[in-house]
Design a protein around this ligand. Structure first.
Ligand code: GDP
Ligand code: MG
Length: 441
């Protein structure tokens, strides 16, 4: 992808902002890349359209090309879709014994993943786990789970010949209660393709145990098929999450994106090999980089953006030293504070601000107040922001009303801006006239 995009991007103009043409050209290539990574066509189409709206008009960071910038935007959008809500890897296993139902096609890695997850629950979360195989069609499958259990030190429900899947599930449930287990995992039988007998069987098991988690295990290399499987299982059984296996292979992981887009269910883990510890919580950044196949470019753009921010900060400092500190500056500072986790911590770090930090704390400042202050500044006109000294009663009234607040709150904000401007000036003088020159003498 890198090379192909490179060619296209070389032809792109290097203007300050991404034009619609720039974006379209780059996204055509991105769409192909998505399809090559096994993302299903409708998902790729929707996704590209969303990004197109988002990217057009964004400014281009200096040291990267518009095309690289688009890739970064695409990457971030991918991460957002992939991440979804909730904490990755967190399973609902409270209220013991908690049943976990493992479903999926044959060969997708259900049995292996059952073992990996059991080990993880035991080692990381200190849970007592019982595993049971419901694969009555292949005796070898039951043996496989027994062997895994021994290997990782997790109990396995003894095999009883001639039982149905539902009977085994009931026995597992009883045994889990009696034996004081925290979790019991049911490894169901798979088929090479979805078939209704299998679905019915899994439905019956589900109704017997009422699982806390129903995890669909999907082969990450299967791409398109994976999406159909996910849709079908979700519709019939109702899944709570997905585990993508074989992500150690050279598949591009496009299935992950399709599955998120189609089912909306979180991807909880990825399987990275055959060994029992080759299971990791799902990291959207990694998979996004893999789908695009250009992690290096994303890093480059991020770096460039950091540099720009540093340059901006330096320019600002030069102005502050001259006592120029208007509402735009204050707004930027407030936003920065929001980003960096609150007023108190920031002021504590700034020289000469210790006292103010204490006052801030006393006044009960928190993020809500930062947001309210930003809202006030937002309801000022451009001229007012640049020259806050022009604010008279009528303007104040309008601004406060615009932000849905009292004039007294605006007055506090103005006072703060004046104090900051003052202090900046003092600090500037100190730096210029004072210490350095003194030292040189
Ligand atoms: P099941 O039929 O769904 O129970 O699938 P199995 O758990 O028996 O796995 C089928 C094959 O895939 C076995 O050889 C596993 O070792 C292998 N396998 C499972 N997960 C992974 C994985 O994440 N990476 C790799 N490389 N192989 C895996
Ligand atoms: Mg199996």
């Amino acid at each position: 992808l890198s090379e192909r995009l490179g060619g296209v991007f070389d032809r792109l103009t290097k203007q300050g902002a991404l034009s619609e043409e720039d974006v379209k050209t780059a996204l055509r290539e991105v769409r192909v890349a998505l399809l090559e990574a096994d993302v299903s066509l409708p998902v790729a189409r929707d996704f590209v359209k969303k990004v197109q709206d988002q990217a057009t008009g964004q400014s281009v960071t200096k040291s990267v090309t518009p095309g690289q910038q688009v890739v970064k935007i695409v990457h971030d959008a991918l991460v957002e879709v992939l991440r979804g809500e909730g904490e990755p890897g967190a399973l609902k296993v409270d209220n013991p014994p908690a049943p976990i139902l493992m479903v999926g096609l044959q060969g997708s890695g259900k049995t292996t993943t059952t073992g990996k997850l059991a080990k993880r629950l035991k080692d990381k979360d200190g849970k007592r786990v019982l595993m049971a195989s419901l694969d009555i069609y292949r005796p070898a499958a039951m043996q496989q789970l027994q062997v895994l259990g021994q290997q990782i030190g997790v109990d396995v429900l003894p095999i009883v010949a001639g039982e149905t899947a539902v009977q085994i599930a009931k026995r597992a449930k009883t045994q889990a209660s009696l034996g004081g287990y925290d979790v019991y995992m049911l490894d169901t039988a798979g088929r090479l393709q979805i078939d209704q007998t299998l679905m019915k069987e899994v439905e019956d098991v589900r109704d017997v145990v009422n699982p806390r988690e129903t995890l669909l295990v999907v082969d990450g290399l299967t791409g398109q098929v994976a999406v159909e499987v996910a849709e079908e299982f979700d519709a019939k059984i109702g899944i709570s999450g997905v585990v993508l296996t074989r992500m150690d292979g050279d598949g591009r992981g496009g299935a992950a994106l399709s599955m998120r887009a189609v089912t909306g269910k979180p991807i909880k883990y990825v399987g990275l090999g055959e060994k029992m510890d080759a299971l990791e919580t799902f990291e959207p950044e990694r998979v996004a980089g893999r789908i695009l196949g250009m992690g290096d470019i994303v890093a480059l753009v991020e770096k460039a953006q950091e540099t720009i921010e540093a340059e901006q900060a330096e320019r600002m400092m030069r102005r502050f030293k001259k006592g120029q500190f208007n509402m735009n500056d204050l707004k930027m500072q407030l936003e920065q504070m929001l980003k960096m986790g609150g007023m108190e911590s920031i002021m504590g770090m700034m020289p000469g601000m210790g006292k103010m930090a204490a006052q801030v704390k006393e006044a009960g400042f928190d993020d809500t107040i930062l947001k309210r202050q930003i809202a006030l500044i937002q309801s000022m006109t451009k001229m007012e922001r640049a020259n806050p000294q022009i604010l008279q009663a009528s303007r104040k009234k309008r601004i406060a009303a615009g932000a849905g607040m009292d004039v007294s709150e605006l007055n506090k904000l103005l006072k703060m801006q004046r104090q900051m401007a003052d202090m900046m000036k003092k600090m500037g003088k100190m730096g210029k006239g004072g210490m350095l020159k003194q030292a040189m003498k």
